[in-house]
Design a protein around this ligand. Structure first.
Ligand code: T4K
Length: 399
């Protein structure tokens, strides 16, 4: 924040001829705009919930708030069964364990590293499949050729909340008798033809991290389709305990505590409004950016209810005259902090590029998207002045 003295100096200097310099100086002092900012529930209402927890002293292990949260989440999302977790990564680890996945798992390199890390943690090998050039989701047309006799599962991601090719993936999985676990970290509330995208595949895993559309500070969930599977997942997230004297599997501690569940319940009350506000931000970005040569924005499909989790753009250096990295760096000088989700590709991290399965696939499209992508600031509390600042800075840079 600019100090009062600095602002006063700037105003005095503005009367001098070097006006542009002063404007730049003032812009540098503006508060930062980050790629995202979490929405928070009403503090007083949250304190009310906290008071209840203080009185009944039930803090974790499937308490009242936890139970209510799962019930209301399932209803809101339009899914049958949901098990909440302490974070999304723990959900991914447990999903693979719940389905007893072994051997090779075909997945996408164009994601957050947690996707592939969860495969390694389960002693399986990730096999990276290229992505489609439009949305950056796993390319179902290239998927089948990567299936070997060691493959037991496919782990696609609905990247940025855009649905993967669920029908094609289902067909391939059925044909080869494979399980499908969707990393649905970005896909809270997304629907295809009125049906939750979380109803596809064997399991879907959500993230409720602070940077997500729906946040519980840290948190996540697994969506399943049968009472038996929910029971197995609930056991696995509670050390594998089935009763006081029995442990059936080497489970972990993936439980969500009561304070977080209470926070999540309040977030559910506001989620529709949060998504609506995000859609308004996207609309303004779309209007401005869809006419800029060399900048590609994602087109929307009328059959999909989006959650506007991210606002990725793809910059073609040959047309714009500046690389994505140049734009990314220059935006920082305007206090606009975008992110290059998902660069580098997971498959390009040393720990993954050295894997034998990583080298056999051609990831041309994924590499191209990773080199072009820039996620612009997107959050529900973004004001029109924030949006203007981002667009003004962007325009100055590319002009
Ligand atoms: N699968 C996928 C596809 C995922 O994208 C993720 C998580 C997972 C699985 C795993 O789910 P979790 O286990 O996390 O539930 C962030 C998040 O940490 C990560 O959750 C997320 N994906 C990933 C895409 O983004 P960073 O390293 O970019 O976060 P950070 O801390 O740099 O935050 C970005 C900006 O957000 C900051 O510059 C400022 C703002 N911010 C951040 C936080 C944490 C706030 O304003 N307030 C905050 O509290 O990874």
């Amino acid at each position: 924040m600019a100090t009062a003295t600095a602002m006063a100096t700037a105003i005095i200097v503005m009367r001098e001829p070097q006006i542009n310099k002063v404007v730049d100086f003032m812009e540098e002092k503006l508060p930062p705009i980050y790629v995202t900012q979490p929405s928070l529930p009403d503090k007083e209402l949250f304190f009310d919930s906290i008071s209840k927890i203080w009185s009944n002293k039930f803090l974790t292990n499937n308490g009242d708030f936890h139970q209510q949260f799962e019930k209301r989440l399932a209803a809101y999302l339009g899914v049958k069964y949901i098990s909440v977790f302490n974070n999304g990564t723990q959900g991914l680890l447990t999903a693979l364990q719940a389905l007893d996945i072994r051997g090779e798992v075909v997945t996408t390199p164009y994601s957050f590293v947690a996707t592939a890390n969860s495969i390694i943690w389960n002693q399986c090998q990730p096999v990276f499949c290229d992505v489609d050039p439009i949305f950056g989701n796993i390319d179902a047309l290239k998927l089948e050729s990567l299936i070997t006799d060691k493959t037991t599962a496919i782990m696609p991601v609905h990247v940025y909340g855009n649905p993967a090719d669920v029908l094609q993936i289902e067909e391939i999985a059925n044909k080869h008798n494979l399980k499908v676990i969707y990393d649905a970290a970005h896909a809270f509330g997304v629907k295809v033809n009125g049906n939750s995208v979380l109803n596809f595949g064997d399991l879907s895993v959500l993230s409720f991290h602070a940077t997500k559309v729906f946040n519980t500070i840290e948190g996540g969930a697994i969506v399943s389709h049968s009472a038996e599977m929910k029971e197995r997942i609930d056991q696995l997230k509670n050390f594998g305990i089935t009763d006081e004297v029995t442990v059936e599997s080497p489970g972990v501690n993936g439980k969500m505590n009561e304070v977080i569940a209470a926070y999540g319940l309040l977030q559910l009350d506001a989620i529709d409004l949060m998504i609506k506000r995000r859609s308004n931000v996207a609309k303004i970005y779309d209007e401005f950016l869809s006419t800029v040569d060399g900048v590609r924005v994602l087109k929307q499909d009328n059959n999909v209810n989006y959650n506007f989790a991210y606002y990725p753009i793809f910059i073609d250096e040959r047309i714009v005259g500046k690389s994505r990295d140049e734009v990314y760096e220059e935006l920082k000088t305007y206090q606009v902090f975008t992110r290059r989700y998902f660069y580098p590709l997971i498959s390009n991290f040393d720990i993954y590029s050295s894997l034998p399965t990583a080298s056999i696939t051609n990831l041309t499209v994924a590499n191209e998207l990773a080199d072009q992508v820039l996620c612009l600031p997107m959050y529900s509390d973004m004001t029109s002045s924030d949006i203007n600042r981002v667009l003004k800075a962007f325009k100055k840079i590319i002009d």
